[in-house]
Ligand binder design. Structure first.
Ligand code: PRP
Length: 179
């Protein structure tokens, strides 16, 4: 896998530092709220696992699956969501955990969905923000890193389902996705 990476954009250490800072901040804000942290599979799985372990308050876990990219490099507006079996969200303090906001279409879709089911409060945490590609007006409440318009993989993010298990955020060599 490493041969396909052009360079490391965010190191394992830097990620650890920022995620732990965010976990501490959320622990303060949500200490009496028993928040429900929602992982949007699959990209957020790694970030989510680290974030919940950096929080030291009672909280609950939930998982949904979203998908918009297929196997290409461009996002589609056709967001698919699978939230089967998710607990009752009414009056819950929901923190949605996402790996990246790119065009913003996924987050917009999810925000509308969560408000429609009557949550008490809805906040979004994202590991990476790529504002240069935004198509809809939306921002996350908590962001760890702003990234340039490059094809990033690792720490949960994929290209054609690969590279999610790299421990850092790396930039994929152009020849890999332009084959
Ligand atoms: C990625 C990522 C976000 C979304 C962001 O998910 O995890 O959910 O795209 O893109 P957007 O801001 O342009 O909507 P993807 O659909 O690739 O699924 P995955 O999490 O399974 O990789």
């Amino acid at each position: 896998m490493l041969k396909d990476i052009d360079h490391i954009l965010i190191s394992e250490e830097k990620i650890k530092e920022e995620v732990s800072k965010l976990g501490k901040e959320l622990s303060q804000i949500y200490k009496d709220k028993n928040p429900l942290l929602i992982c949007t599979l699959k990209g957020s799985a790694v970030f989510y696992a680290d974030l919940i372990r950096s929080m030291d308050i009672p909280l609950e876990l939930e998982f949904i699956r979203t998908s918009s990219y297929g196997n290409g490099t461009n996002s589609s507006k056709n967001i698919q969501m699978d939230a089967k079996g998710v607990v009752d969200l009414k009056n819950r303090h929901v923190i949605l955990v996402e790996d990246i906001i790119d065009t913003g279409n996924t987050l917009k879709f999810l925000k509308e969905f969560f408000y429609s089911v009557g949550v008490a409060d809805f906040k979004t945490c994202v590991l990476l923000n790529k504002p240069s590609r935004r198509e809809v007006e939306i921002e996350a409440d908590y962001i760890c890193f702003k990234v340039p318009d490059e094809f990033v993989v690792g720490y949960g993010l994929d290209f054609a389902q690969k590279y999610r298990n790299l421990p850092f955020i790396g930039v994929l060599k152009e020849k890999v996705y332009k084959k």
